[in-house]
Design a protein around this ligand. Structure first.
Ligand code: GMT
Length: 380
């Protein structure tokens, strides 16, 4: 269906985390369809590095004043939204991650109402904004109120929708729109030379990518690897960085597997690295969707994951990989070996992982957001 081009405001975190990636990739895809997309954040989003027509970036700058032990970013963000909405005639505002974006959107919308400008708000809940941080006493009432006040609320999985309804005792409509994948960027095209440069003796490559937070349970992955590498030649590539890194390095030294575990730090072209992996791990104890698992699957890499949150909606047990109890490293190691030691099974799982990833292709998911945008504007 043809519709007029929209002026869309997007508020997100600019960092490498999943919510920022989803916000940026969705915005860029919308801009590619001819809509004007205005990103509002405190830093240029990581995935917005190069120029693209129809894409604007508005930086929220903070005012230095000795009284402010805590810089009032929220106030500066609200003012920036009001300014962009008025001057670029925004049709709607899409905020990613509830804290603090949803309540700030509500404040901006109220200010704009006093100026006779209607700005409908869509809030996308990504996971920890509900399951970990949002339920903390210092945020709960604000998150609950802002969910109630948003014109539309989306979650990235059925599981997160259930968690939201339960934790915040809300009966409001929540639309589930899963994470998506750009198959032009993430596809199976291994660089053999790159693979050889890591696996010098043809070892199998096991991989994990994240922000190295506790919630990811990366020590489990290291312990699984320790079991696996005793049975078959393998190396473990850990990509990303975060607060847990030095403890993880210590654990590798303690287990005496240090030479076989490579910490590659933050990487831009994760697709190139995913393409040389034989197995991917996502062992989190909270995970609303698991975008990194989807990215791995799109590169034809089977996934060993925990069974928490929305992960089973992405990684299908005994098909695209295996889904195990959180923390059951022995089961995860056994399942890893069952795939890695059987080349026929491994190649079947690789194909199935790709097949499963296709369900989340960008072009299938983007229209769901567009329908919501149009509903949002119609309601306004
Ligand atoms: O995974 C993270 O810790 C980053 C976090 C974020 O908000 O940036 O990711 C969350 O949002 C992603 C995109 O919707 C989801 O794929 C991740 O599953 C979710 N993380 C958690 O729920 C822990």
């Amino acid at each position: 269906m043809q519709h007029k081009s929209l002026n869309i405001g997007v508020v997100c975190y600019p960092t490498y985390g999943g919510s920022g990636v989803v916000a940026t990739e969705l915005g860029k895809a919308m801009a590619g369809e001819g809509h004007n997309v205005h990103f509002i954040s405190y830093k240029r989003p990581a995935r917005l590095s190069s120029y693209q027509p129809n894409v604007w970036y508005h930086e929220v700058t903070n005012f230095e004043y000795p009284l402010f032990d805590f810089k009032p970013y929220d106030t500066a963000l609200a003012s920036k939204i009001v300014d962009v909405a008025l001057h670029y005639e925004l049709d709607l505002l899409h905020v990613h991650y509830a804290i603090p974006h949803a309540i700030i959107a509500y404040i901006a919308r109220s200010i704009l109402e006093s100026k006779n400008k209607r700005l409908p708000i869509i809030t996308t809940l990504h996971g920890t904004d509900i399951t970990l941080v949002g339920i903390e006493g210092s945020f709960y009432p604000v998150v609950q109120f802002s969910i109630q006040q948003s014109d539309f609320v989306t979650t990235v999985s059925e599981s997160l929708k259930k968690d939201t309804i339960k934790a915040f005792e809300t009966n409001r409509e929540i639309v589930v729109i899963p994470n998506f994948i750009d198959l032009l960027r993430f596809n199976s095209s291994p660089n053999i030379e790159l693979k050889k440069s890591f696996a010098k003796n043809n070892e199998l490559i096991l991989m994990h990518i994240s922000n190295f937070r506790k919630v990811k349970r990366i020590p489990d992955i290291i312990r699984i690897f320790d079991i696996v590498q005793k049975e078959i030649p393998a190396i473990l590539l850990l990509i990303g960085d975060g607060p847990e890194r030095s403890q993880l390095e210590d654990l590798c030294r303690e287990l005496d597997i240090e030479p076989k575990v490579l910490f590659l730090g933050k990487q831009e072209s994760v697709e190139e690295l995913l393409n040389i992996a034989d197995l991917f791990y996502l062992t989190s104890d909270h995970e609303s969707f698991g975008l990194s698992a989807l990215e791995a699957m799109a590169c034809g890499v089977p996934v060993i994951s925990s069974n928490i949150g929305g992960i089973p909606e992405v990684n299908v047990h005994d098909y695209s990989g295996y889904v195990c109890e959180v923390g059951d490293i022995h089961d995860m190691a056994a399942k890893s070996l069952s795939i890695l030691s059987d080349p026929i099974k491994h190649s079947k799982f690789k194909e199935q992982a790709l097949e499963q990833a296709r369900k989340f292709e960008l072009k299938k998911i983007m229209p769901q957001y567009m329908n919501l945008y149009l509903r949002c504007i119609k309601n306004g």
